[in-house]
Every structure is written in structure tokens, then in C-alpha cells.
Design a protein around this ligand. Sequence first.
Ligand SMILES: [Zn+2]
Length: 472
Amino acid sequence: MLSINKVAIGASIALFASSVAAHAGHGGPKPGGSKTMNVHKRASNTASNYQAEASITSTAEECTAYYIEEVNALASAYPTIWTIASIPTADTYASSVFNAMSSGIPNIAPRGTSNGDFSGVTYDTSTDPDCWWTQTGCTKPKAAGIPDDVITCPEAKTWGLSFDDGPNCTHNAFYDFLQTNNQKATMCYIGSNVMDWPLQAQRGIADGHHIIGHTWSHMYMTSLTNEEVFAELYYSSKAIKDIMGISVEAWRPPYGDVDDRVRYIATQLGLKTILWDNDTDDWEVEPAGDLTQAQVEANYQDILGNVSSSHGTIVLTHEINEYTMELFMTEYSKIQGVYSHIVPLTACMNWTDPYQEGDITYPNFEDYVAGTTMPSGSPTTFTISSASYSPYQGGGSSVVAAEGLATGAASSASSSGSKAKSSSGSSGSAASASSGSSDASSTSKSSASGLTKPLAGIAAAVFGGVAFVIFA
Ligand SMILES: [Zn+2]
């Protein structure tokens, strides 16, 4: 197993009931430190569309700031990039969406700081009332009406490929590499990066990758107020819609920091929560980080050495800088040597319609591994505008249930993991097991059907649980 103690969060966490190892800080760099803030200090340069930007081969030139008037025009309706999101006063629609869900949000207080300092926070990890992943690794919500987190791929010897923290301005060589290998991945884009590097973001969807959100400013989400959690999710989704033309239906929490309060708000916005079950800690590779390349390669090797014959894996890797991308390219042939399939999470989950836009269809597992890797109907031309982004508003859990997605939750308790669907009339559901863990009982359930997007007006879930977070 990989070490999970790679990040000093600057404080110890007081636990009064258990010595369960904290996951705190796992999954990415601390906020703020290495992020760039470029969007509105940009001068003009020659890049005018994503194809032109994609053709640049010099990383310095890729990361030369560019100015796009349409993005600039959008910005006033958004929170400030790389700051904790809140709802701009003028955005009455967003306020109405938030107000509509407010009464159902579990009564769990924010804790710690936005950069992951949980010193002084006490939490009962033995009962884990809030299913706080950061403390216990919990992926099966305790509160009602929230689907399990997605953490693994059900198919054996399958590497679910996901890259966090993009779009990074240096990604052309990496995206070229993926294209050359006919390889798609799930790209977890930060809203502020999408605003900063809109042409790089557009390339991601045009290349056929699967896009999910990774919040607006990449903070520890459990530290934020309800409105901030909402705004982090809402405006990252809206940026992806306005700039890339797609309405995402999933997100990944920065650092994996999620509890039932955060999950509930995400669910109400129609966003499935996707974590991972293997972590390369690649973001810490030098020279940007503190691990030698050999150390991170050893992490990759650990994953390769622990391949399961009963299920696959979702691996956390990063698009955060050129070093993490180069390292993946170095490792790719080794992964191919051990894993039978390297797939985006759409194929991993047999999820063929991962956006609200119903005319975009991704290949299911069977079709993907047979060589059809490109989705159909995904955007290849873009008009940047304040599109009428409209989240599901309460339909998230219904969508998850209806689509019957595999969650791969590891805990055997009260499994609600559902069997991967065979959709779009394709034969052969790839996922034959519903659970990713060898000790988990396989439970599948029939899917509801006939849901039409978007699903406004679905009743909010009822919560019976009461949180008891204690601050020292
Ligand atoms: Zn991240």
C-alpha cells in the first residue's frame, strides 16, 4: 500500500475516539502555493482558438498569457479566480438554486481552514457521523439521499485514468501523447484554471476526454460554509459550461476532503462524487515537489504490483505540471504491461452520458476496449458565452440511481452500489461486479428508467442524522 502521510497539513488533528489514520492532505498540493493567476493580467498574443494553442510546442509559449474578450466579459459574473467562491450579489439565479436546497443541507458545521489546517478540530472517528473521508476514508454516506462515492473500476485489471488540477498550460505534449496512443482520460478541471486557460480547457473536451469538475479554487471543502461549498461547485460547473459547452455531472473533491454536508450540496447540483482507490502522489515529484522521481515511480510500481484479479482501480494522477505529465508518459508502457485496460472513468463506470447534453455519447467499457475511444457529439467548436447553465437542482441522487452507475464503494456495510448499466442499446455491460472490494458483498439493483434531463423539481432527500462536530 502507498503511504498516505505525504503531506504535512501543518497541524495534528485531535481525535478523541480513535486512532484511525487521517487521510488529511492526501491527494494534492496545498492550496494557493503553486497556482498561477493569469486571466485578467493577460496581454494579447497570437493564440486565437484551441487548435492554434494546441499546436504550440514550447512550454514557455504555451504558458504565455493570452487574452480572450469573451472570457473577460464573463468574469464579472463569476467569483474572483483562485479565491474561495461565493455567490455574486447580482446572480439571483444562483441564489435561488442555493436557497432551494438550503433547508435540506445536513447540519454539519464547517471545520478547520481552507488550506487544510484541522488543528483543534475534534471528531469521533469511531462513529464517523458525517462520513468524513479525510479522517476515516468513508465513502458510504451516512445521510440519506446521497449516493456512494465512486472509488474504483469494477472490471479486473482495469486502470481508471484520471488527472486532477488541469487544465495546465503546459499540457500539449501530454495531450499529444494521449492522442497518439488513442488514450482518453477523465480530466478533473479546476474552474479557475478553466478561466485562466480556456483554450487548453477546450482542447480537453475536443480531444474526447471526459471532463468533471474539481471546484472553483481548490480548497478543503469541508472547511467552507454552505454557500461557499455551493459556489465552489456551481461556478466551476458553470465555467465549464460557458467555455467548453458541457454541463458536467461529476466532481472530485480536492484532497478528497468531503463529508455528507458537501456531498449533499454536490448531489443537489447533480454532481456525483468521484474519489480514487490508488494514489501516485505524483504531484509531489521534484523539482516542483519534494519527492524524487524514483520515489514517485515506486508509488506507481506499488500500484502495478497490487493488481487485483477481482476488480480494477481508479488511480489519482495529476495534470498539475509538466513533471507529473512527463512521469505518466514514462510509466504508460509499464501500466500497459500489467493492466489489460486503461480507460477513462466513463468506460470504467459504463457511463455513456456523463453530461446533461444528451447528444454527447461516450463509449461504454466494451466499446472502449474494443477500440472506439472517441465520444460522439462532443464539442469541437466553441462559442464562449454566458450559457444558460442549469444544474439538476435536486435530481442528482435520482440521476445516479436511474443511471445505475457502479460506485465501487469499498465498505461492505449497507452497500448501495449498483451495477454498471448497459446503456445506449449497446450489448454487454462490462461491469460484472458491483463492488470494488474483495470483502464487499455484491449488490445490484434495478435501475429506474425514463428520466428526462434536466430533472428540476425532484424532492430533496430527508435527513434524520444530526452532526456532532466538536471544536476544541
Ligand atoms: Zn486537486
